[in-house]
Unconditional design. Structure first.
Length: 189
């Protein structure tokens, strides 16, 4: 039945692109932005690094909304209830950003996301232009700088908006691993 529901959701969304319902029940096609571009941010409610990035995620989404950049938070805690996701959004002041639960990890798989937080910038044509860390606040797992000195996601968005090539289209994100679903082979990286 779940497979049928996914096929119906994908067909109703069109183009065969992976789709997901957000917490308000709207179908979202992360790889078919209706704006200039879309930023997908993969998060989990229980990852301390992901939660530490909440203010920066909110700042990025607010700063670029008026410039034609949409944001979508994708919860990778597959068992999280919508009410718990909404409570998390409120607690971390992210309620202004649309969010969805990536229950089958189809969006993370299509994006190549493997940790939370990880950001993906998708242009209007559906091409992934950037994937990786939000900034360099974390030098490695357990090694946090006093402040970020490189703002990879913002730099990528600025380059896209200016029509310039993105200098670093791929960076390594540090955080909590997105685990495979039971019965699905683990992706190697």
């Amino acid at each position: 039945m779940k497979l049928f529901a996914w096929i119906a959701l994908a067909a109703s969304a069109g183009l065969g692109q992976p789709a997901v319902r957000d917490l308000d029940g709207r179908v979202r096609q992360p790889f078919a932005p209706t704006a200039i571009a879309s930023v997908l941010v993969f998060v989990t409610s229980d990852c301390p690094i992901s939660n530490a990035y909440a203010p920066e995620i909110d700042d990025v989404c607010r700063a670029y909304r008026s410039r034609g950049i949409d944001c979508l938070l994708l919860y990778e805690d597959v068992a999280i209830a919508p009410a718990a996701a909404r409570a998390h959004l409120e607690a971390y002041r992210l309620a202004a950003i649309p969010a969805a639960i990536d229950r089958d990890r189809a969006i993370a798989g299509a994006a190549g996301a493997s940790v939370t937080p990880e950001a993906v910038l998708v242009d209007a044509a559906g091409a992934t232009r950037y994937r990786g860390r939000i900034d360099n606040l974390y030098a490695d797992l357990g090694r946090r700088r006093p402040a970020a000195t490189v703002h990879d996601l913002r730099d990528a968005i600025d380059a896209l908006l200016a029509g310039r090539p993105i200098a670093q289209p791929r960076t390594e994100a540090f955080g909590c691993y997105i685990t495979s679903l039971p019965g699905r082979p683990k992706e190697s990286r």
